[in-house]
Design a protein around this ligand. Structure first.
Ligand SMILES: Nc1ncnc2c1ncn2[C@@H]1O[C@H](COP(=O)(O)OP(=O)(O)OP(=O)(O)O)[C@@H](O)[C@H]1O
Ligand SMILES: [Mg+2]
Length: 233
C-alpha cells in the first residue's frame, strides 16, 4: 500500500548503461531525485543527456545497473519481469513522441487494450468514455492511419490515463506536432493530470512548457545539474 506522504517517485544513486561491448554507454551516472505525489516535473537537458533513458527507468522499462528506483511505494528492483509488467500496467501511463499506437487496432481497441490486460470487464465502455473525454467521441472506429497526428496523440493519452495510473510520463509528447496542436495536447495532459491527481513527468525541449510544471529538473551528461533541492542525500 502506498503511503500518501511518501514520494511518488524516488531514485537513489541510479546508474544505467546500455549497449554492448564498444557501443556500451554509461548513460545515467548517479541520479538521485524525489518527486512528490501529484507534482508535475519538467525534465529538460541537451540531446543525449539521458532524459528518455531516465524516464524509461522511472517507468520500469529499463532496469538500472545499480541504485534504487521506487515508484508509488514499490521498489521496482524487487519485482520480476511479470510483476513489473503488471505494476506498469496499473500504475504507470506512458506517452511517446511518436504515439506508438497499435496500427491494426481502432482507437477504441487501442484504449481498451491496457484495461483488458488489467482484467477490466467493462474495457470497451471505459475506452469509449476516455475517448469522449479527449474529444474523440466521433473517431472510435478509426485506425491510427486514418487519424491526424494530434488525434493519434489524443488516443495515446486516453490509453495512458485509462487505467488511472498513479504516474504519467510523457517523452516529448508534442515533438511530432505543429505548435497549436502541440499546445492543445499539452493542455489536455495538464487537464487530465489535474482531474486524476496523477504525478506527471514530462520530457520537453520547450522551456516554457517546462516552466509550466511545478518543478524543472535539468539533466546534463547523465547527471542532475540544478534543482539541488530535488536531489536526496
Ligand atoms: N540502447 C542503447 N545503446 C547504447 N547507447 C544508447 C542506447 N540508448 C541510448 N543510448 C545513448 O545514451 C545517451 C542518452 O540517450 P537518451 O535517449 O536517453 O537521450 P535524450 O536526453 O533523451 O536525448 P534526446 O533529447 O535527443 O531525445 C545517448 O548518447 C544515446 O546515444
Ligand atoms: Mg529522448
Amino acid at each position: 500500500m502506498s503511503d500518501k506522504s511518501a514520494p511518488a517517485i524516488e531514485l537513489r544513486d541510479v546508474h544505467l548503461s546500455l549497449g554492448r561491448a564498444a557501443a556500451r554507454v554509461h548513460i545515467l551516472k548517479g541520479v538521485s531525485l524525489s518527486l512528490a505525489a501529484g507534482e508535475a516535473t519538467g525534465l529538460v537537458g541537451p540531446s543525449g543527456s539521458g532524459k528518455s533513458t531516465l524516464l524509461m527507468t522511472m517507468a520500469g522499462l529499463e532496469r538500472p545497473d545499480s541504485g534504487l528506483v521506487k515508484v508509488a511505494g514499490q521498489d521496482l528492483g524487487q519485482l520480476g519481469e511479470d510483476g513489473l509488467a503488471v505494476f506498469r500496467g496499473r500504475q504507470i501511463g506512458i506517452v511517446f513522441q511518436s504515439f506508438h499506437l497499435v496500427p491494426t487496432m481502432t482507437a477504441r481497441e487501442n484504449v481498451a487494450l491496457p484495461l483488458e490486460l488489467a482484467g477490466a470487464d467493462d474495457a470497451f465502455a471505459r475506452a469509449e468514455a476516455e475517448l469522449r473525454n479527449v474529444g474523440l467521441g466521433d473517431r472510435m472506429d478509426h485506425y491510427p492511419a486514418q487519424l491526424s497526428g494530434g488525434e493519434q496523440q489524443r488516443v495515446a493519452i486516453a490509453r495512458a490515463v485509462a487505467p488511472d495510473p498513479a504516474i504519467l510520463v510523457a517523452d516529448e509528447p508534442t515533438g511530432n506536432l505543429d505548435e497549436s496542436t502541440g499546445r492543445s495536447i499539452v493542455d489536455l495532459i495538464f487537464a487530465l493530470r489535474r482531474e486524476r491527481g496523477a504525478t506527471l513527468v514530462l520530457v520537453t525541449h520547450d522551456l516554457s512548457l517546462a516552466a509550466a510544471c511545478d518543478r524543472t529538473v535539468h539533466l546534463r551528461a547523465g547527471r542532475i545539474e540544478v534543482d539541488a533541492d530535488l536531489a536526496v542525500a
